[in-house]
Ligand binder design. Structure first.
Ligand code: HEM
Length: 283
């Protein structure tokens, strides 16, 4: 059984054991998803798992918030006095140290036991050691990949469980997920961009190097594009071609362009499986 299936089973059992008592579903789902991602990356017995999950939760909390300093990028002191800068620097340093620790432990294990290729870190170390690429793979490249894990899903392709292959049948569930992500986009202002060249947008001159913040929530709820924009209506996605890849700017729950979320497939399967389990087992 793959990591995801095991963790979803565990999650279902925990929720079941709470029957009759209140359960904080959001907290539990978040913890479960972070555990799955962590295990896919660093294996089943990662000593640093709890700290990594804690840091991931802090990053999500910081990146999904609204910060006045984002609106006034030239006022650099704002990000300093708001404490945002020092919090991000602190998290970055902690992550970097933990990655160094994990890499070192894995190097030692590979020297004694050898590679196992059952998690992403071994896959990347194998690539690094095998060489033969046009570029050299460094520890920093590996760290960057862990922070933007587009390959995760690909690496675990062989691990699909029957439940995952059955998901395509649940058409309405997919509409519900699309509609939920439209009204409740996870990162409402996406990630900030920097303009590469001077452009005119909507009558405004945007100079080169200007920081641009795209309001994804406003796009998804703009009455010019959406009928009854504030109402939850999953059927609105019937017979439409909206996808998650940022091809229509009125629907960009995972962002768009170069910095589009690399975890789309990973995230969607996790949402679908979790919902299916909850709907199956609980009223
Ligand atoms: C339903 C689940 C998810 C949603 C709604 C979501 C949404 C987003 C959004 C809106 C962005 C900003 C994109 C932009 O500015 O254009 C983003 C970036 C990102 N996401 Fe996700 N995400 C999800 C799951 C995941 C998962 C599972 C992973 C990793 C396993 C992941 C990793 C990332 C990373 C690394 C970035 C930054 C990309 C960059 O800086 O270029 N996401 N995500």
């Amino acid at each position: 059984m793959g990591f995801r299936a095991i963790e979803i089973d565990r999650f279902t059992e925990v929720v079941q054991s709470c029957v009759g008592k209140p359960v904080h579903i959001r907290k539990r789902v978040m913890k479960m998803n972070n555990t799955v991602v962590c295990k896919c990356l660093f294996g089943n017995d990662c000593r640093q798992q709890d700290v990594l999950i804690e840091l991931a939760e802090q990053v999500v909390a910081l990146s999904s918030g609204y910060y006045v300093a984002d609106l006034f990028p030239t006022l650099t002191f704002l990000s300093t006095i708001s404490g945002m800068k020092s919090r991000l620097t602190k998290i970055h340093k902690s992550l970097d140290n933990i990655f160094d620790e994990i890499f070192e432990e894995r190097r030692i294990r590979r020297q004694t036991v050898g590679p196992t290729e059952d998690d992403l870190i071994d896959v990347l170390f194998n690539i690094k050691e095998r060489g033969g690429l046009r570029f050299r793979v460094t520890d920093n490249n590996i760290k960057a990949i862990f922070l933007a894990q587009a390959e995760v899903r690909e690496a675990f392709k062989g691990e699909k469980t029957i439940a995952e292959t059955e998901l395509h049948k649940l058409v309405y569930l997919k509409h519900i997920i699309k509609e939920t992500l439209r009204l409740h986009i996870t990162i409402p202002l996406l990630l900030p961009r920097e303009c590469r060249e001077q452009v005119k947008i909507g009558g405004y001159d945007i100079p080169e190097k200007m920081k641009v913040v795209v309001n994804g929530l406003a796009c998804g709820t703009d009455p010019e594009y959406w009928d009854d924009a504030q109402t939850f209506k999953p059927e609105r996605f019937e017979n439409t071609s909206y996808d998650f890849f940022g091809t229509s700017f009125e629907y960009i729950p995972f962002g768009s362009g170069r910095r589009i979320c690399p975890g789309i497939a990973f995230g969607l399967v996790s949402i679908e499986l979790t919902l299916v389990r909850l709907l199956y087992h609980f009223n």
